[in-house]
Design a protein around this ligand. Structure first.
Ligand code: ZN
Ligand code: ZN
Length: 44
């Protein structure tokens, strides 16, 4: 389910997605393949 709110990463108001790894709510720009970009960055 999608909802509106403030992205935890970039701080912009947008439609939010929940990261399946950390549970952070992030916008479409900060959300890639089911996880937030922070998790993707830290997972090298
Ligand atoms: Zn964002
Ligand atoms: Zn995450």
């Amino acid at each position: 389910m999608e909802k509106m709110g403030v992205c935890s990463i970039c701080g912009k108001g947008a439609k939010l997605f929940t990261c399946s790894l950390c549970g952070r709510e992030v916008c479409a720009k900060c959300y890639v393949a089911g996880a937030c970009i922070k998790c993707l960055e830290g997972k090298k």
